[in-house]
Design a protein around this ligand. Structure first.
Ligand code: NAD
Length: 505
């Protein structure tokens, strides 16, 4: 697709652009392996469906172990050849900045592919893309500013600590932020000099394939960046079990994360970085000011991206003295966040990614009613054919209820009440997950006390989901062990080599 001179502004504009994204007009559906776009060796394909309409967008190559083997061999050859792994960091930076520029030049097309593929509103997809480009630029800019070390040892030696690429990195990513999650992995992995094999979700492969052609145009050498669409249990598993993959960088569910650690143990003890699920608490103390504003943020914290967000603020913990009034304000805010056509820039929520996820969310809603929580909003899917579920709010949730414990990954908010700071911290930490937590208060002593006690990879104080490229992103407990973004993620994609050089007296 050629980028139009006029900025798309209306739903009609976006629909017109979407009409151009067809296989007949060159939409890429093949895997990108060893510098070529190819069908899967066994000829298998998978259908990718627009969940807002039910229409099949394309049949995409569905790779398996045989394709993984070829890609891994090409990636290894690239590492050994050194055209990227031994290239001066400043020159890698230039290539990655060019890729970022190309993404920016094609931002409408890339955002649109994610919207069509997984149902998110186009305005959100554009925001994600800005984040993805920002991540690429940040990591590219970092790489020629990181120094190795001279260890402070005695005069008899010069002791160097060098940073070297890991080798072959397989990035396995989910569908909820297809390009942004991709960028969070591939940007530091490529910047650090690795060869990267990207396995996008089978539910959202299109933007990754477009990215492959941009990466080629930017000048990434052969075998350094490859894209293998396909299912997790086929190509994903083959990459995870490969003896020649040095690192798995994963974002997805906790269940699959656990499997990946097993695969690493069964194969070559590859490094495994996991960014997994969450059930994040958002704590509202009675002393916080401007409850209307806080309520809007609390609603957006769960309903943004249809609730399909790892850090969704899905558990709202409200001090009982303000709970009734506050929940009313959340309901009013949620009312303004109804799902709509993802191609309409005014839509705040879009469609659920696919029928399985849609049914799963509706099952949890039925379960919440059966468990005795009070349904205050939503609860019923909208008329088809699109897979739309409105903002759904349950009050009176307890930690024993499934809707209060399990990651639903949909627009379902569970409201808990608490009477003391102690109880708020106990409820917040009573979870298998530890990805994000929010707290709203004006009391700085309380803020610091509670922040320190929350078992969470990130804490948002008087905001939700704040952060930029300078901040590491990741979880504790069963939310994972990796850190995306910031220069800390670059460190994950390199090994330390200790060099002890004896010096004659
Ligand atoms: P998922 O775990 O089902 O799939 C993620 C990826 O893993 C997909 O590409 C899938 O094909 C692949 N996969 C599945 N089984 C595999 C296997 N056996 N071997 C190798 N690969 C396999 O997750 P999803 O449904 O795509 O995404 C939703 C999940 O992602 C949620 O749990 C969400 O919280 C999590 N998530 C976490 C973060 C974070 O940063 N912590 C960010 C976004 C999403």
């Amino acid at each position: 697709m050629t980028e139009h001179h006029r900025l798309p502004r209306t739903r009609d504009d976006w629909q017109a652009l979407a009409a151009e994204l067809t296989v007949e007009r060159g939409l890429e559906t093949r895997a990108y392996i060893d510098d070529a776009f190819v069908e899967a060796q066994r000829g298998a394909t998978l259908a990718t469906v627009n969940p807002a309409t039910g229409e099949i967008l394309a049949e995409v190559a569905s790779c398996d172990a045989a394709d993984a083997e070829v890609a891994v061999a090409a990636a290894r050859a690239a590492v050994d050849g050194g055209a990227w792994s031994r290239l001066a960091p400043g020159r890698r930076k230039a290539v990655l900045l060019k890729l970022a520029d190309l993404m920016a030049a094609h931002k409408h097309e890339l955002a649109l592919l994610d919207t069509l593929d997984m149902g998110k509103p186009i305005s959100s997809a554009l925001g994600d893309l800005a984040g993805a480009i920002g991540c690429l630029r940040y990591q590219a800019e970092c790489i020629d500013k990181l120094y190795g070390e001279v260890a402070p040892t005695g005069e008899e030696a010069l002791a160097l600590v060098l940073r070297e690429p890991l080798g072959v990195v397989a990035c396995i990513v989910p569908w909820n932020f297809p390009l942004m999650m991709t960028a969070w992995k591939i940007a530091p992995a490529l910047a650090a000099g690795n060869s990267v094999i990207l396995k996008p979700s089978e539910k959202s492969p299109l933007s990754a394939l477009r990215l492959a052609s941009l990466a080629r145009e930017a000048g990434l050498p052969r075998g350094v960046f490859q894209v293998l669409p396909g299912f997790g249990h086929t190509v994903g598993k083959a990459l995870a079990l490969s003896m020649e993959v040095d690192c798995l960088a994963f974002t997805g569910s906790t269940g699959v994360g656990k499997q990946l650690m097993q695969y690493a143990g069964q194969s070559n003890l590859k490094k495994v970085y996991l960014e997994c699920g969450g059930k994040s608490p958002n704590i509202v103390f009675a002393d916080c000011k401007d409850l209307d504003r806080v309520a809007k943020h609390a609603a957006a914290a769960i309903f943004h991206n249809q609730g399909e967000v790892c850090i969704a603020g899905s558990r709202l913990l409200v001090e009982n003295s303000i709970r009734e009034a506050f929940v009313d304000k959340v309901l009013a805010a949620a009312e303004a966040m109804q799902p709509g056509d993802p191609l309409d820039p005014a839509s705040f929520m879009g469609a659920m990614v696919d029928r399985a996820q849609y049914e799963r969310v509706l099952d949890f809603i039925r379960c919440g009613v059966e468990e005795g929580a009070t349904l205050r909003a939503g609860g019923e899917a909208l008329e088809g054919p699109g897979l739309f579920i409105p903002p759904t709010v349950f009050d009176g949730v307890t930690e024993r209820m499934a809707i209060g414990r399990e990651e639903i990954f949909g627009p379902v908010l569970a409201v808990f009440g608490f009477d003391s700071e102690e109880e708020a911290v106990r409820l917040a930490n009573d979870s298998d997950y530890g990805l994000a937590a929010g707290l709203w208060s004006q009391d700085i002593d309380r803020i610091m006390r509670v922040t320190r006690r929350l078992r969470s990879g990130q804490v948002f104080v008087n905001n939700w989901a704040g952060g930029d490229q300078t901040m590491p992103f990741g979880g504790v407990k069963q939310s994972g062990n990796g850190r995306d973004k910031s220069h800390h993620s670059l460190e994950e994609y390199s090994d330390l080599k200790s060099v002890w050089m004896s010096l004659s007296p």
